[in-house]
Design a binder for this molecule. Structure first.
Ligand code: GLY
Length: 316
């Protein structure tokens, strides 16, 4: 997409702020795929997603394959196998995917299945629905050949038993939280995947933002895509990822869009924020953005074959 085409699309009916991109900010070659993921566990996720693209896989294949890496990694304690459990000791998983045609699939409160992101994709591709939860999601997964396993590792069980003695509330960012993988393929098409075991030691039955389309993840192939990590309750209340994409539609730069989405949360808390939220975003022209409430967030960006971790300063 050429710059003038982007501006034409993004400015429809809206007074755009003065933060539209300048020519030198435009990604030089639209044929360069890019992969943007949350946190350090985004690095190996990006590598796998990149290989999928190099081998001719679709952007959705890449996003799913990337998200599966931390899901399978027992040392990733906020995602999939080895994720920290809820207060009753159950590992319950949330995930969603969205493709460049605007299709979406999601699972929430899913137990005993290692790859919720793949179940979410199956929901998208093989049902008339967008979201399956709990026992229904598990039955659907099993009926589609997903193996049932115990997701609680010895380490996560020990951590939960230790927590039970004191019952100190853990905030999602303390355990690194959600993995989101945003992919732009060589055609410029956008997809995303998002997966988490959620807030460590949460109430049994709690579902966060990650399986909620528009909260944890949103993709609009004309404009851009965005994903969230951090305190899901606040992301849900502000429809965070949808908001980031809509702000980009209005002409906000991707980072400014992420910052403005955070501002909507910050304003409500009068500066008393003891939690983290971070957004990552890719605009249709390939410009990326990110913002977080507090220092400590990092994203992994794979572009032109290079995969690097970027630390982000908090906005407060
Ligand atoms: N952002 C993940 C969660 O709140 O569950």
């Amino acid at each position: 997409m050429k710059r003038r085409d982007f501006l034409k699309t993004s400015a429809i009916g809206i007074t755009a702020p003065s933060i539209l991109m300048s020519d030198d900010e435009i990604k030089p070659n639209m044929n360069d795929p890019l992969i943007l993921s949350t946190w350090e566990h985004g690095l190996p996720a990006n590598d796998v997603a990149w290989k999928v693209l190099q081998n001719g896989g679709s952007a959705m294949d890449a996003a799913e394959a990337g998200a599966k890496v931390p899901e399978a990694d027992p040392t990733s304690t906020s995602v999939g196998f080895g994720g920290l459990p809820d207060e009753q000791g159950n590992v319950t998983l949330d995930a969603c995917v969205m493709d460049s045609d605007g299709n979406a699939g999601s699972v929430a409160f899913l137990q005993n299945i290692k790859h919720p992101v793949s179940v979410a994709r199956k929901v998208m591709e093989e049902t008339k629905h967008v979201m399956l939860v709990g026992e229904g999601a598990r039955q659907f997964a099993v009926s589609h050949g997903f193996e049932e396993i115990d997701l609680l590792t010895d380490e996560s069980k020990m951590a939960w038993e230790k927590w039970k003695k004191k019952r100190r509330e853990m905030m999602p960012h303390e355990t690194h939280d959600t993995i989101s993988v945003l992919v732009q393929d060589k055609n410029g098409d956008l997809t995303g995947a998002c997966t988490t075991s959620g807030w460590a030691y949460k109430m049994h039955g709690r579902v966060g933002d990650s399986p909620i389309i528009g909260a944890g993840l949103f993709v609009d192939n004309e404009i851009g895509c965005a994903a969230a990590t951090g305190l899901g309750e606040e992301v849900i209340k502000t429809t965070g990822s949808f908001l980031v994409v809509e702000l980009m539609r209005q002409g906000y730069d991707p980072t400014a869009a992420c910052e403005e989405a955070l501002n909507r949360v910050i304003k409500k808390h009068n500066g008393n924020l003891d939690f983290q939220i971070a957004y990552i975003a890719i605009r249709k022209d390939g410009k990326i953005g990110s913002a977080c409430i507090k220092d400590g967030f990092e994203y992994a960006l794979l572009q032109k074959g290079k995969n690097n971790l970027h630390k982000i300063k908090g906005t407060i």
